[in-house]
Ligand binder design. Structure first.
Ligand SMILES: Nc1nc2c(ncn2[C@@H]2O[C@H](COP(=O)(O)OP(=O)(O)O)[C@@H](O)[C@H]2O)c(=O)[nH]1
Ligand SMILES: [Mg+2]
Length: 283
């Protein structure tokens, strides 16, 4: 029994309790997942605190992910969650897609309110997700199109501000930040590659190793266009070619392989190697 009390470490516990308290204030939970690594950006403990709230899953950074894989992920996630949408938060128009989806999920309660003789109340929603999935970008977009400023309604927890997106929809103006589980090295590696956790958590060497093995297996032509590397051999070989191509030399005139690593990781993260998803469903 004692074990159950400690189902996650203390620092996670505190962050999750905070999110849990916010969830109590909303009708719909909007969970953001990075489309390049949906599985790793799910916080496994979230289920326990969301309980029976309606959940909208948003796959973000759609523009950076492999469209074929995104389709597969949507199909898979459909069986577990009420509703799923994909968004490229760099596009205007993404806020309308979100608004429609939230209202579709939340409007059930209007029937109940009407049945009780109440005036239908606006749907309240909050955004949550692990770091760097686009929470702030999405909130900023919603705030920009807001109809009538940010509201501070009496009856809600003090300090919670609501963006009045429309007459029907209030969005909490601060996101729930879900802690990462660093203990799973596979997941941590993928999250570091997409920039969701601090890069210095794992050495570049490990990230590059992982990335190159993955590309070799799933996207063997990924380095062709940017670096003119038509076959991904071993790491040494790839890094030398990148250093050559980009004229990265160290003080002694040798290929600067460390800088080649940094450059490769950055170009991957920025989507310059193409639309690549690090988690293919079957694997
Ligand atoms: N390419 C692309 N970049 C995005 C997208 N959404 C967010 N970003 C970028 O990802 C980074 C993290 O976004 P942010 O909203 O701060 O994430 P948060 O940590 O969850 O609040 C920023 O540099 C954003 O510009 C997207 O859909 N596509
Ligand atoms: Mg943020």
């Amino acid at each position: 029994m004692a074990k159950q009390i400690h189902w996650f470490p203390g620092h996670m516990n505190k962050a999750l309790i905070e999110v849990e308290n916010k969830i109590k204030l909303v009708d719909v939970v909007i969970e953001l997942l990075d489309a390049r690594a949906p599985f790793s950006s799910i916080n496994e403990n979230l289920e326990k605190i969301i309980k029976n709230k309606k959940t909208l899953i948003v796959l973000t950074k759609d523009d950076l992910a492999d469209p074929k894989q995104t389709k597969v992920w949507i199909e898979q996630l459909k069986s577990q969650y009420s509703q799923i949408i994909t968004l490229n938060l760099k596009n205007s128009g993404s806020e309308n897609i979100l608004t429609k989806a939230v209202i579709a999920l939340g409007k059930d309660k209007w029937e109940k309110q009407r049945a009780k003789g109440m005036k239908p109340q606006p749907i309240r929603a909050m955004i949550l997700g692990v770091p760097n999935v686009g929470k702030s970008s999405l909130i900023n977009r919603m705030a920009k199109r807001k109809a009538a400023g940010v509201q501070n309604k009496p009856g809600f927890t003090r300090g919670e501000q609501w963006i009045k997106v429309s007459q029907d929809f209030l969005l909490m103006d601060t996101p729930g930040i879900l802690p990462m589980n660093y203990e799973d090295q596979q997941k941590a590696t993928k999250l570091a590659l997409i920039g969701s956790i601090r890069e210095d958590i794992l050495p570049n060497e490990i990230l590059v190793d992982y990335l190159l093995n993955f590309l070799k297996d799933k996207y063997p032509n990924a380095l062709k266009e940017r670096f003119d590397i038509s076959e991904i051999k071993d790491k040494e070989n790839v890094l030398h070619q990148i250093a050559n191509k980009r004229k990265l030399v160290d003080a002694t005139g040798q290929d600067d392989l460390l800088r080649a690593e940094v450059l490769l990781l950055k170009e991957f993260k920025d989507g310059l190697l193409g639309k690549i998803t690090l988690e293919h469903y079957e694997s």
